[in-house]
Design a protein around this ligand. Structure first.
Ligand code: PLP
Length: 450
């Protein structure tokens, strides 16, 4: 029974990013099956998953092609590694296919088991690159406040979440942060486009403060996901690219969320118009069916690593895991077959944007915006002035509670309610989701008034 699951869970399972005491008081919601964009819990409730699990189930749940690929590979060869000059066919085939679907500067991949490990790889790889070029003093990586790049020591250090830094004495040396391009936080009095340039130039100011000869790379998510789906102004990324080019600094695009169609192009950097030197990915590469991550390595770096490098003393047991790679191959082929990137770019992405725009009429909503299939709704006490609710109200958590009860999974990040539904979602399902969102906003409003 659900109670038994909850009791065993509270007794033994330390959940990630969870208040252990709150969990044991309330009991976990136990999810036991899924199909398409819907989940069912052990109480039989049907839930529309507007978060694709954790931003990963891009092709939706229950895709037989992925199950078949995993089963066949488990029978044929469940594991072999890629260390010491060995390889497996699925890993080789996936490397080749990734070179095809990613922007042309990417012809090589380094596999990891997760996005966090991918970002750890980035830290070591950029430092190695500058070492090999005889510039070992180029050590510093610049990132942004409120970024999320994973939970390992390097990943959490690259991230800009103060709550994470506070636990474990982070960031590690050599990682510094600038402000995030969040207009509602920093941009008042400026147009969005003016603010985009201002925010990008914080990078230039930091480079000049540190001395360009000490800076190795800049890392960013094309759209910050876990930070609250912060969609930067259109002027931001082109200016960041100009600055990186001017000072010869490597640009790293963390595509763990934005990759594999989320923004309506294969990769977020294509939507934002940048040419990164490195690109981390995970999640959508397998639609989350099995764990896999990695780093796409641009030719500027690959050439140096290969020609000057010798051995790169880095790698994971599961780098290029054959079952994960087989599932990724099936996933990418299915995305192509279903034309999912085009579906997001030309159909459901613009449709979601048009529906989100209508939410701005709601008395609680100060802003609602989306890009592809990522969206955020900003809740405010006074929408005209943008005055937020006091933190003690925890308005996002109130709204999330209503979503839970009404059969909708949305995530709350402070006062931002965010969505990233599976890319297979239809217009009709977007209408269903919007109906649920409006209902939950109304219930939240009633609570806020009470
Ligand atoms: N980078 C970004 C942008 C992410 O959103 C995440 C996870 O949400 C990560 C990295 C870390 O990936 P993982 O949880 O697979 O380690």
């Amino acid at each position: 029974t659900t109670r038994e699951w909850q009791a065993a869970d509270a007794a033994h399972f330390l959940h990630p990013f969870t208040d252990f005491q709150a969990l044991s008081r309330k009991g976990a919601r136990v999810i036991e099956r899924a199909e398409n964009i819907y989940l069912w819990d052990t109480e039989g409730h049907k839930i529309l998953d507007a978060m694709s699990g954790l931003w990963c189930v891009n092709v939706g749940y229950g895709q037989q092609a992925l199950v078949d690929a995993a089963t066949a590979q488990l029978k044929q060869l469940p594991f072999y590694n890629a260390f010491f000059q060995t390889a497996t066919p699925p890993a080789i085939e996936l490397a080749e296919l990734l070179a095809e679907v990613t922007p042309p500067q990417f012809q090589h991949v380094f596999f990891s088991g997760s996005g966090s490990e991918g970002n750890d790889t980035v830290v070591r790889m950029v430092r190695r690159y500058w070492d090999l070029l005889g510039q070992p003093e180029r050590q510093v990586i610049i990132s942004r406040d409120n970024a999320y790049h994973g939970s390992t020591m390097a990943g959490a250090s690259l991230g800009g979440m103060s709550g994470m830094h506070a636990q474990g004495g982070l960031p590690i040396p050599g990682i510094v942060h600038i402000g995030q391009p969040y207009w509602h936080e920093h941009g008042k009095g400026l147009s969005r486009d003016e603010f985009g340039l201002v925010a990008a130039r914080w990078l230039e100011a930091k480079i000049l403060e540190l001395g360009p000869e000490r800076v190795a790379a800049f890392i960013g998510e094309p759209i910050q996901g876990a930070g609250g789906v912060i969609i930067p102004p259109a002027t931001y990324w082109p200016e960041v690219q100009r600055i990186c080019d001017q000072y010869g600094i490597l640009l790293v695009s963390d595509e763990v969320i934005c990759g594999f169609g989320r923004t309506g192009r294969w990769f977020g950097c294509e939507t934002m118009g940048t040419r990164p030197d490195l690109m981390t990915f995970a999640k959508g590469v397998t639609s989350g069916y099995v764990p896999l991550g990695g780093v796409m390595v641009g030719e500027r770096i690959a050439k140096v690593l290969i020609e000057k490098g010798g051995e790169f003393n880095h790698g994971y047991t599961y780098s290029g895991h054959p079952v994960a790679c087989a599932v990724a191959l099936a996933n990418i082929k299915l995305m192509r077959e279903l034309k999912l990137v085009e579906h997001v770019r030309d159909d459901v992405g613009p449709y979601l944007a048009s529906q989100f725009a209508t939410l701005r009429d709601h008395p609680l909503v100060a802003d609602a915006e989306s890009c592809g299939l990522m969206g955020a709704i900003l809740l405010a006490k006074d929408k005209a002035t943008g005055t937020p609710f006091p933190e003690s109200v925890e308005i996002g958590m109130v709204c999330r509670g209503h979503c839970f009860r009404e059969g909708l999974i949305m995530r709350a990040v402070g006062d931002r309610m965010i969505i990233a539904p599976p890319l297979v979602i239809t217009r009709q399902q977007i209408d269903e989701m919007m109906g649920l969102i409006r209902r939950c906003l109304d219930l939240t409003l009633a609570d806020a008034k009470a």
